[in-house]
Every structure is written in C-alpha cells, then in structure tokens.
Design a protein around this ligand. Sequence first.
Ligand SMILES: NC(=O)c1ccc[n+]([C@@H]2O[C@H](COP(=O)([O-])OP(=O)(O)OC[C@H]3O[C@@H](n4cnc5c(N)ncnc54)[C@H](O)[C@@H]3O)[C@@H](O)[C@H]2O)c1
Length: 328
Amino acid sequence: MANQRKTVLITGGCGFLGSHLAETHLKDGYQVICVDNFSTSTQSNASFLNSLGTDKLVIVEADVIEPWSTWADSLPEGWLEDLSHVYHFASPASPPLYQLLALETMWVNTIGLSNALSFADKFGARVVFASTSEIYGDAEVSPQTEDYKGNVNTLGPRSCYDEAKRFGESLLFTHNWKKNTKHGMVRIFNTYGPRMNPADGRVVINFLVQALQGGPLTIYGDGSQTRSFCYVDDLIRGIRTYAASKFCEPINIGNPSEFTILGLVQEVEKLFAPAVFERSFHPFPQDDPRQRRPDITRARTQLSWEPRVPLADGLSRMLDWLKTQPLS
Ligand SMILES: NC(=O)c1ccc[n+]([C@@H]2O[C@H](COP(=O)([O-])OP(=O)(O)OC[C@H]3O[C@@H](n4cnc5c(N)ncnc54)[C@H](O)[C@@H]3O)[C@@H](O)[C@H]2O)c1
C-alpha cells in the first residue's frame, strides 16, 4: 500500500512550504528527496534541512521542467521503489516573483506537473499538487467554496500564475480521468510563517521586515482589501491529512478568519508596541483580489481539519524566527 511506503519527493522542497513538508516528513522517519532549482529560494532552507543531520535527506538541484531521468538514477538505492507521494510544490508564489519569472511559472505548473504525474505513476505514488486560492481570481462571492468557478483575467499580469494553476488542476483532473489514477490537489490560501524568503514580497513577510527596519509599511490601494492568513503548521497538517486521504477533488486549506490589510497592520503594530509605523500607500495592482476568504466546510467535514493558530500567535512566532535572520 502506498501509505506504508517511506519515501516522499518534494518539488520546491527548499522553498517556504516545501521545507516544512520536508521537515515534518523527516521527523516522521521518511526518506525525503527535495528537488529545487533555487529560483525563488536561497540556500538557507537547504542549510536548515541539512542541519537536521539525517541521512534520510537528499537535495537535488534541478529544474523540474527538464527530464527527471538526469538525476533520478543517482538517488539512493531502493528509495524510489518506496515512493509514497510526490508533492509538486515547485513554483514562484509571490506576485513580484511570478511576474519576474512569468514563463517559468507557466511551465513549472504545466510541464513540471506533467513530469511529476508521469514520474509518480511509474512508482505507484500519489501526486499532491499545490494549487491556490488564486484560481478564484477576483472572486465575486465570499467566502469561496470549491464549487466557485472563479473570475480570472486570462491576459493580465497575474494570469501567468492564476491560469497556469488552473491548467494544472485541469491536467491533474484529466490525467486521473484518462489513466484511472488517484492524484490530488489542494487549494492553498495565504500562508505565512518561518522560513519565508524575506525578499519574497508577500504582505506578511513584507510588513514584518519593514517593521524590523523601522517602517514605513507598504500598502497597496487603501488597505480595505481582505485576506485570510494561515499559519504554516496548520497548513502542513491539512496538506498531510489530504495526502493521506483518497481525495482527488480540490480542497480549500486556509484560515477563514478575514482581515483587511489595515487590520493586519494593526496586528503587526501590536507586536512592536508602542511603535506606530508610517504607512506608504501605493496604487492597487491590476486584477488584485479585493476579498479573499476560504470556505473550509469541505476540509472540516471530509478531513476533520481546521486551523488552530490565531494570527497574533503565528505572527509572534514568525517574528521570533525573523529576528534570527540576516536582513539586507
Ligand atoms: N505560501 C502560500 O501562501 C501559497 C499559497 C498558494 C499556493 N502556494 C503554492 O505552494 C507552492 C510553494 O509555495 P511557497 O510559498 O513555498 O513558495 P517558495 O517560492 O518559497 O517555494 C517554491 C520553491 O520552488 C522552487 N522552484 C520554482 N521553480 C522551480 C523549478 N522549475 N524547478 C525546481 N524548483 C523550482 C523555488 O526555488 C522555491 O524553492 C507553490 O506552488 C505555490 O504556488 C503557496
């Protein structure tokens, strides 16, 4: 049975979420193969994983768009025969980075995913694809259920990410349909926590870095747009529960507590009290969603999963970690 096997392969395994998936699997005694091209991460998460001092970790530096045979043959003997899951998490994830690497983002979520599916099939393993709340686009309904089909612009600056993820979902669905496989996908909502790249550009890490540097805090639009923020430990627990299930349909994994961006500023300021930071307002980016909140009924009922870490606690844990990091 696949779930008794003890090897997992994580594409993007040295990124933010990938490194947490790797860490928890290593703690549970798995052999872990991280494949990463370090296009949006630094070596710091790889160093962290190496510092765990285990012989059950292999980090492969490779682009998953290229054929996997170039490195697969050199993995430790017997590991792939024991392959349980391929977590396809490689992809730029923040708007500044996926816009910089727009074509690469499209290929990694399509060709890269296709490679992951073929590779997993060879070993009878299950793929879990990191999809995203961005497939809902600038949603006209809130909260977003998995049945909502989205409001996405095929041509805007976010389309390279949103539409590549949508194609990825279609590819995985069609692969299951035509090849009778049982791969799955999770729709991840904004997640934050230790080991995010400080230069990544997403709002939580941006605010914390800017606050540590004395401000100002960059706000796009008037700050009334909403987001929901999931602490990474909650997310990883949800993803692993999904991976262990037989679900093939997408499931929203995220925290349904909704905050405006100005509300997030206040939460950050509480950590630095009595400091108050200057706000620096910038134009609202094209096609940025105004409202983002998951309906997690499916995760609650089908996976018995829900987030546990309140935003204030998660921010405080993330700040403790960030204070140990070099900031440029
Ligand atoms: N963190 C979130 O809030 C969030 C939300 C929705 C979806 N996701 C998805 O989760 C996944 C991981 O996101 P993250 O936040 O950890 O981002 P990240 O940028 O920290 O990690 C992505 C990793 O993938 C690697 N990578 C990118 N292209 C690659 C390629 N072609 N070959 C090999 N490695 C490659 C990068 O170097 C990086 O280490 C992504 O697929 C992202 O779209 C994340």
